[in-house]
Design a protein around this ligand. Structure first.
Ligand code: DGT
Ligand code: CA
Ligand code: CA
Ligand code: ZN
Length: 567
């Protein structure tokens, strides 16, 4: 509704109010219906009387009349374009009113033919940028973000629990188990007695979120979710569980190499087990460990099964001990309602405490991030009072809230806050949020050289399926980060660093920090996916600073200060 109102040139305050409500509802940790009837929604600030009426209408009728009316005022195929990066309601309004554009195709053609050039403030560079945005968006429609796929799969798994009495074992397989950055389709694997298979597939194909059943069988079924995503389910005998899990986890490249190695050893491997090639005698297949061991290698973590050298190491029993979720002691980057988060400081603190962490860093934006409601030094000082109050409550429980900030790196590489103020924080993240078109290497290096900067936020500026990063010499940045004792951030939601970047950090001996960059309490739970991404880059716990306990983390901060800060 906000987008349509903006397209129609309506009152900006109303538009902002709608966006805020949309955000609040998206991030609600429970069902909206429940929150409505328990009157939790009524008590939330930012949700007014007329919004409550619309929510009630939606819960009762499945739609909102006002929304249906508004939709009719914008051509359908233009509305869809709003999902593409760089295409806002304002641009669409110009296209619609000044150029008479009514469809997506007309819009793309007008951009290509330079028809926008006539319009003031709309140069050829902007047209190129928008076209690129549409291209990325079309591509990203084909594969989805790991985080999205993960939540979809959780819903299906939750639903399958209703027949858990029929099931022996269940796991996600395919690229999602490997925690690949983008997912084509979701693969599930179940082991069960053969007599239960049909019932399991019956249940699966009746998943309420499915809009189509592509296939329904006794070993394999496929459904399409409302999101357009496909979910494949396979059932196997418990005696083949390990072999099937190995086979359907992939990657295809990894499996091809595995099969070659089996052949060399006079063995045969498939989804049912490991066999002697000549006599077909079954040697095993009940667990993945057994499968790998029969081939003369150690078990390989799914995240690194890409044929990137893991097989050679496994044959020599030399796979490094990768970082695990259980190693993580805290989260180093999150936002609250003080800047652009949707949950309060208290809510973030309580959620993080319940996750079992030892510490968190509150990292609200600094002042020059105006759109993100960045904080001035005065507002940080106010926030510190609240943090100190909360620390009194939580420290006795073994939980510590660190004063931090996500400080903007300004165009010249200086920071948005002065050094004598930065030194009063416990931990500083510095990030680039502007000038994405230029090479930002020197700018970031200057920030790394600041004695109070402990981590560079999303170092390459990349956002998966949304935008490519800025040009940057990541190797040089990694080198200087290592020399100065500065960590590079692995941002779970942006998927920046990439696995290649992380491997480079490990080879150079540089530190990384795995963070959620949570803008809501719910997003704090994404940490284990971040750990998966780190494992894809072969990250070991000794090089991940948030595996450090609080004392060691403080030591990390203070040793850089001691080395580089002027007295
Ligand atoms: P995706 O869905 O494109 O994100 O990637 P995957 O890796 O999940 O691929 P998918 O869903 O086509 O198949 C799941 C796994 O099953 C794959 O990782 C390996 C295994 N697999 C599928 N087809 C083949 C095949 O033709 N040969 C071998 N060796 N393995 C296969
Ligand atoms: Ca798949
Ligand atoms: Ca599949
Ligand atoms: Zn952030």
């Amino acid at each position: 509704m906000a987008d349509i109102l903006e397209f129609l040139g309506e009152n900006p305050y109303r538009i902002r109010a709608y966006r805020r409500v949309a955000n609040l509802i998206t991030e609600l940790p429970e069902d909206v219906e429940k929150a409505f009837f328990t009157k939790k929604l009524h008590r939330m600030s930012g949700i007014g009387e007329s919004t409550l009426l619309k929510i009630e209408e939606f819960l009762k009728t499945g739609t909102v009349k006002k929304y249906e009316e508004l939709r009719k005022m914008v051509p359908e195929s233009l509305l869809e374009l709003l999902d593409a990066p760089g295409v806002g309601p304002k641009t669409l309004k110009i296209a619609y009113e000044k150029l008479g554009i009514r469809t997506k195709e007309e819009f793309i053609n007008a951009l290509k033919e330079g028809k926008f050039n006539k319009i003031r403030g709309f140069g050829p560079a902007k047209a190129v940028k928008i076209l690129r945005g549409i291209e990325i968006w079309e591509k990203s429609k084909e594969r989805i973000h790991l985080v999205e796929a993960y939540f979809m799969a959780q819903e299906v798994l939750e639903y399958m629990k209703k027949v858990k009495h029929l099931i022996e074992d269940v796991s996600i397989a395919g690229s999602l188990r490997r925690r690949k950055e983008t997912i084509g389709d979701i693969d599930l694997l179940i082991s069960a007695k053969k007599e239960n298979w049909l019932k399991i597939h019956e249940h699966f194909t009746k998943f309420p979120g499915s809009i189509e059943v592509l296939a329904k069988g006794e070993t394999k079924s496929s459904i399409i979710l409302e999101s357009g995503r496909q979910v494949d389910l396979r059932t196997v005998e418990p005696s083949s569980w390990g072999a099937a899990l190995q086979y359907f986890t992939g990657s295809k490249q990894h499996n091809i190499r595995i099969r070659d190695i089996a052949k060399e050893k006079g063995l045969k491997i498939n989804e049912y087990g490991v066999f002697k090639a000549d006599t077909e005698e079954k040697l095993g297949g009940k667990t993945e460990e057994e499968v790998y061991n029969l081939l003369g290698m150690q078990w390989i973590p799914p995240e690194i099964r890409e044929d990137w050298g893991e097989i050679e190491l496994a044959l020599e029993n030399k796979i490094p001990r990768l970082v695990e979720y259980g190693d993580i002691k805290g989260d180093l980057h999150m936002h609250t309602t003080w800047s652009d988060g949707v949950n309060t400081l208290e809510e973030m603190v309580e959620t993080a405490y319940r996750l079992g962490y030892q510490y968190i860093v509150i990292g609200d934006h600094s002042q020059s991030a105006r759109v993100a409601n960045g904080l001035t030094p005065d507002r940080y000082r106010q926030q510190w009072k609240e943090i100190e109050r909360l620390n009194k409550e939580y420290n006795p429980k073994g939980f510590y809230i660190l004063k931090g900030a996500e400080v903007d790196i300004l165009p010249d590489g200086s920071l948005d806050l002065p050094d004598d103020f930065l030194r009063q924080f416990d931990f500083i993240v510095a990030s680039v949020h502007s000038r994405f078109e230029q090479d930002n290497t020197e700018r970031i290096i200057r920030a790394i050289e600041n004695p109070y900067v402990n981590m560079i936020g999303h170092p390459t500026g990349k956002q998966y399926g949304y935008r490519e990063g800025y040009p940057v010499d990541i190797k040089k940045i990694i080198e200087i980060a290592r020399e100065t004792g500065t960590a590079l951030e692995l941002n779970t939601q942006r998927m920046d660093l990439s696995p290649e970047n992380i491997r480079m950090c490990m080879e150079e001996g540089a530190y990384i920090g795995i963070v959620t960059d949570a803008h809501s309490a719910r997003q704090l739970t994404l940490m284990h996916l971040g750990v998966g991404l780190a494992r894809r880059g072969w990250a070991t716990p000794d090089k991940v600073i948030n595996t450090f306990d609080l004392d060691k983390l403080k030591e990390f901060v203070y040793s850089k200060r001691k080395k580089f800060a002027k007295a």
